[in-house]
Every structure is written in structure tokens, then in C-alpha cells.
Design a protein around this ligand. Structure first.
Ligand code: ADE
Ligand code: ZN
Length: 335
């Protein structure tokens, strides 16, 4: 089964590009930019990646992002992630970036997006990996700050397919950003939001109702409401689930306790994603392997995660059909 998973064509829909900053690259960028790091080596830094909840991770993650300063840094970050995608047979990826993490430090919006975009274009041309970019608002910051970020994004609208909502879920419910998301939709952006990761099932309802999302990021706490699970099945609202992340941030005690396979079998449109792979111990293949090692599944069930992700992606129908064919062809040839 491991070889099947390794070779399976994949689609990633929940990846924070800043969360793919490996300690080795972080050290290299810090040196290039003349910054000091309070750790002696990448290995020592990696050992510090022990988290008890989302906030304890975010504190370290935002510190790590300080190493990113120039357009070349954002290019190098994105290129390193795309090379990992190539190894994992990722055909298509939809990438989050957090502009406010950088603009708050005086890095321009253009520096961030131009570096990322240049790598994505090269990834498409030379690696054959298609991609889309999703701009997230940091929910611990104000509505006003999000509105300003939205206006900074308008000149780059052709490079951004959707807006999202991430950072601390507790105390910052979807309703705080209802007006921002209405403005974003009016400007032509699709919308997604983190909900039901650490926050209650109500946040999932509200992300759907108040923010008009096309997908829910995480969403694993939907099981707290049977009616919500029914609604998710009926509407086929996709959930971008991040199994290794959920274990690292103590959303579930162990992978055996994770509900992704139960949700799949009920007919919820769940997908597998890596979230912040440099911090949570693995990229796409690692996430698939971790789920399949803890839950016995058929090849058809494993491939369904990719088929769900294709349906949930923001690519055109023709390309979706070509990607479905690749998965079905692989499945037929491997069974
Ligand atoms: N930012 C990066 N990773 C995140 C996560 N798992 N939840 C919320 N915000 C994030
Ligand atoms: Zn996330």
C-alpha cells in the first residue's frame, strides 16, 4: 500500500507557503539577510517544534516567517515546496499566503506575491504542476486591517483566485470578517476559511452562511453536530483536512482517533492536505501514509481523497476531467 500511496497522483488544497519553510532554508535565509537565530543548528530548531495547541505553533511560525525578506526569499521558499510536490506526485496545488505577516514588518505586498508567483509559473512550465494562490487574512488582526489588505491585493487580482481566513480561531469567529468577505466576493474572489479546527461546529455553519465559502479548511469538529454532518454530505461541501497537523496541534490524541476515514465513509467530501509540512512532520505522501497506517482502507478509498480534491479545486472543468482520468488510470493499473 505504501508504494501505491507514493505513486498516487495528488492534489493539495490546504498548504500555507510560510509553513513549508524548512529549518535548513530558514537558516540559509537568515544568514543571507544578516539575522540571528536563537538556535545553533537546523536540527536544534526542529527539536523545538513541539506544540500543545494552535497558538503555541503560531507563535513559532510567525517568528520563522521573519527570515523571509526579499522577493528571492519568497521565490526560493515556493520553489522548494514545488520540488517536494514533484517527489510526492502532486499534480495541482492551491497555496495560502499570509500577506499581513510580512506587510506588518515593512515588506511590500508586491515583494511577497511576485516572488511566490514567479516560482509558481516556473513550476507549471518546468515541473508540470498547476497551481492557484489564496490570500489569507489573519483573524487575530482587525477587520480594518483585513480591508486594507484586500485593497492592496486588487492590483494583483489576476494572480489570486480566492481569499481565506487563518490564524487563531478561538475568540475570532467568522462573523468578525463577514463584511470583508462580502467585499472580497464583490471584487470577484472565491472564498474559503479555516473553521472547526479548534473552534466549535458553529464556526463551520457561520463560514458557510456568513462568508459564503466554497470549501471549509479543517472542519473536523463538524462531528459535534449530526445536522451539520448531514448538511455537509448533502451539499458536498469539501473539507480540507490536515491529519498530521491535527495530531501535532493536539486536535486529536492519535491518528487512530482521527475522524477523517469515518467522514469519508459517511460521504463527506474530505481531502488530505499538509497544512504546514515543515512544522508538522510531513508533506502530502506522509499525510496519506499516516492515515493509511492508522486506518485500514482500500485503494479505491485512498484514491477517493484525490478525486474529492479534484472536485473541490478551483480549476476549470476540462483540467479537472484530465486529472480524474490520471487518477482512474492509475487506480486501474494498480489493482
Ligand atoms: N496558519 C498556518 N497554519 C494554520 C492552521 N493550522 N490553523 C490556523 N492558522 C494557520
Ligand atoms: Zn491551515
Amino acid at each position: 500500500m505504501n508504494a501505491f500511496i507514493q505513486g498516487l497522483p495528488k492534489v493539495e488544497l490546504h498548504l500555507h507557503i510560510e509553513g513549508s519553510l524548512e529549518p535548513e532554508l530558514l537558516f540559509k535565509l537568515a544568514q543571507r539577510n544578516g539575522l540571528s537565530i536563537p538556535y545553533d543548528s537546523p536540527e536544534e530548531l526542529r527539536k523545538a517544534y513541539e506544540f500543545e495547541d494552535l497558538q503555541s505553533f503560531l507563535d513559532i511560525y510567525y517568528q520563522g516567517a521573519n527570515a523571509l525578506q526579499t522577493e528571492q526569499d519568497f521565490y526560493d521558499l515556493t520553489w522548494a515546496y514545488l520540488k517536494r510536490c514533484e517527489q510526492d506526485n502532486v499534480m495541482h496545488t492551491e497555496i495560502f499566503f499570509d500577506p499581513q505577516t510580512h506587510t506588518e514588518r515593512g515588506i511590500s505586498f508586491g515583494t511577497v506575491i511576485n516572488g511566490i508567483d514567479r516560482a509558481l509559473k516556473e513550476g507549471e512550465e518546468s515541473l508540470g504542476i498547476s497551481s492557484q494562490l489564496i490570500m489569507c487574512f489573519l483573524r487575530h488582526l482587525s477587520e480594518q486591517a483585513a480591508l486594507e489588505t484586500l485593497s492592496q491585493a486588487l492590483p494583483y487580482k489576476d494572480k489570486i483566485i480566492a481569499v481565506g481566513l487563518d490564524s487563531s480561531e478561538k475568540g475570532h469567529p467568522p462573523e468578525k470578517f463577514a463584511r470583508v468577505f462580502t467585499e472580497a466576493r464583490k471584487a470577484g474572489f472565491l472564498t474559503v476559511a479555516h473553521a472547526g479546527e479548534e473552534g466549535p461546529a458553529q464556526n463551520i455553519y457561520d463560514a458557510i452562511e456568513l462568508l459564503g465559502v466554497s470549501r471549509v479548511d479543517h472542519g473536523v469538529r463538524c462531528v459535534e453536530s449530526d445536522a451539520l454532518v448531514e448538511q455537509l454530505i448533502e451539499s458536498q461541501m469539501p473539507l480540507t483536512v490536515c491529519p498530521l497537523s491535527n495530531i501535532k496541534l493536539c486536535v486529536f490524541e492519535s491518528m487512530a482517533d482521527h475522524n477523517i476515514v469515518e467522514l469519508l465513509r459517511k460521504g463527506v467530501a474530505v481531502t488530505i492536505n499538509s497544512d504546514d509540512p515543515a512544522y508538522f512532520g510531513g508533506y502530502m505522501t506522509d499525510n496519506f501514509l499516516a492515515v493509511s497506517q492508522a486506518h485500514k482502507m482500500s485503494k479505491e478509498e485512498i484514491a477517493k481523497f484525490t478525486l474529492n480534491a479534484i472536485d473541490a479545486s478551483f480549476i476549470d472543468n476540462e483540467k479537472k476531467q484530465a486529472y480524474r482520468q490520471r487518477v482512474n488510470h492509475y487506480l486501474n493499473s494498480e489493482s
